[in-house]
Design a binder for this molecule. Structure first.
Ligand code: HEM
Length: 158
């Protein structure tokens, strides 16, 4: 049968559909990637919300941000490979559309946080309450990332 979307005709897409091992292996790497990403992001967000107040926000950011960014190297190619395998179905899937929208929102929220409230971090680095704008942004971040995980899991059933 001819695939409905030209992307599904790519050799990589065919391999993802036909090999017994490819899809689950790629999906496992996807999961390792987002465990690192969401784990590091949420640990930082909880610190900004006031947990472990004696840890430097800047120090924690320097430690965790490279892990969050490096995790994208695992997540994006593996997500794209799984997408290629059934591009047509995913494009028409509301849960997939929502997941992509939420991913964009998470990126925008992170940029707004870094270019906004984080600019004054030297005033609330250690043992001081973060400004309300920072707290709202990281609370939204936790909610958005958890929703992205839910969308990913629901994709198999919707
Ligand atoms: C460019 C970014 C991404 C793309 C294109 C993408 C795409 C996909 C695709 C196509 C699947 C397979 C669904 C299925 O076979 O039923 C999947 C699974 C999943 N994704 Fe993503 N994804 C991306 C990023 C993320 C991120 C950042 C997270 C988490 C924060 C995430 C969480 C999940 C989860 C939880 C699953 C289900 C795993 C399972 O059921 O075993 N994805 N993703």
């Amino acid at each position: 049968m001819t695939p409905a979307n030209p992307l599904e005709a790519l050799p990589l897409a065919k391999m993802m559909r036909e090999s017994l091992w490819a899809y689950p292996t790629v999906e496992t790497i996807h999961i390792i990637g987002f465990a690192i990403l969401v784990g590091s992001v949420v640990m930082f967000d909880l610190r900004v919300l006031g947990l472990s107040k004696n840890l430097s926000v800047r120090g924690l950011s320097r430690h965790l941000l490279p892990w969050s960014l490096a995790a994208l190297v695992l997540i994006v190619p593996t997500g794209s490979l799984m997408f290629l395998a059934h591009a047509n179905d995913f494009l028409a899937n509301r849960t997939f559309q929502l997941k992509m929208g939420l991913l964009m929102l998470a990126g925008i929220n992170a940029i707004v946080f870094r270019t906004g409230p984080y600019q004054t971090v030297e005033h609330w680095d250690v043992a001081t309450r973060a400004p309300i704008a920072a707290q709202l942004s990281v609370a939204a971040s936790i909610l958005i990332w958890f929703s992205i995980i839910a969308c990913g899991r629901f994709l198999a059933y919707t």
